[in-house]
Design a protein around this ligand. Structure first.
Ligand code: AVJ
Length: 325
């Protein structure tokens, strides 16, 4: 386990974002701040909700296609970005192991505890392999993942949809740069579909997504000494059909004043004023191909479920693009 991102650095980044985002108009916070221990646990429960289709759909595609992915890549090293609980990664690990290829697993995540748990669980079930866990962020620490064997880099769950188009382009170029000529990249994204299905997935009847979203205010209260009243805000989900992304926000139920002690910040909220907390983009096959191509990645194969809800795309470095690894 290598820690390239210390607790102090994380708190400083949260302060910087809170100062910039909470004083902006409209107000915003980055989705990565939703994941403290409680946030991660709530997300885990969301993935099991009847309305939240992405996780189980991606898992079904992986179960069906893992053998094919192994044959197409011949990878001996699996590299996971944003490892989360690595539950779906296990399907790929099993398939690589069954083919006698698996030698190494590496994961990059911002959460040290999540990474440790995942790394030790994987080591326990695959005792012969090398496991490397890198605590860091995609913006700065991707280059640490270059080198070693024939690599399959995976970014699953549709998490890339949390990034804005410019940020996605940067991330994909970063991935391209750590890929050698024989390496491959597997990307999971949610597809454009009936907005009603999307609305249900992000506005579930049990209110778990609302709790997950509102948890951000608890994090700000705890980490920055803020005094947000959770009863004063409500969860809002809007599917923006122009950008084709989900927009989550926390909307002030009334006019109210909030103090953020650690930043010496006084905030005045109007009734109905929002803090934008997350975008989660949907994709179209041509768009995925185009974004990968712009980063120097050529699509080898794209798989979807029978309902066309979710897509897994396997891509390799485009020979015509300048690589660095
Ligand atoms: C973990 C980023 C894939 O965008 O669907 C779930 C997070 N937010 N419900 C998503 C999330 C609200 C999730 N990702």
């Amino acid at each position: 386990v290598e820690v390239h991102l210390g607790r102090d650095e994380v708190v400083q980044a949260l302060r910087d974002d809170a100062r910039a985002g909470l004083t902006a108009s409209p107000r915003w916070m980055r989705p990565k701040w939703l994941y403290d221990e409680r946030g991660s646990e709530l997300f885990d429960r969301i993935t099991r909700l009847p309305e939240y289709y992405p996780t189980r759909t991606e898992r079904a595609i992986l179960l069906e296609r893992a053998g094919e992915i192994v044959r197409l890549t011949g990878a001996d090293t699996l590299v996971e970005l944003g490892s989360g609980t690595s539950e779906k990664t296990r399907i790929l690990l099993e398939a690589l192991d069954a083919a006698g290829l698996l030698r190494r697993f590496e994961a990059l995540d911002v959460s040290e505890q999540t990474l440790r748990d995942a790394a030790f669980a994987i080591l326990a079930s695959h005792p012969g392999i090398t496991v490397r866990a890198v605590v860091g962020d995609f913006e700065r620490h991707l280059p640490l993942l270059a080198g070693h064997g024939v690599r399959l880099v995976v970014f699953l769950g549709g998490t890339i949809g949390n990034l804005l188009p410019d940020e996605r382009a940067l991330l994909l170029r970063g991935v391209r740069q750590i890929l050698g000529a024989r390496d491959a990249f597997l990307l999971g994204v949610d597809l454009v579909k009936d907005p009603a299905e999307i609305d249900a997935a992000y506005n579930d009847s049990q209110g778990l997504t609302a709790e997950f979203n509102l948890n951000l205010l608890l994090i700000l209260n705890r980490e920055l000494g803020a005094d947000f009243d959770l009863a004063g805000f409500e969860h809002r989900e809007v599917y923006d059909t122009v950008h084709e992304w989900v927009e989550l926000s926390l909307v002030s139920r009334r006019e109210q004043h909030v103090r953020v002690a650690a930043l010496d910040l006084e905030l005045d909220f109007a009734a109905g004023e929002a803090i934008y907390t997350e975008i989660s983009a949907r994709f179209r096959p041509q768009g995925i191909t185009a974004e990968l191509a712009a980063a120097g990645l050529r699509v080898v194969q794209m798989w979807t479920d029978s309902g066309g809800a979710f897509a897994l795309t396997l891509a390799v470095p485009d020979d015509l693009s300048p690589g660095s690894a």
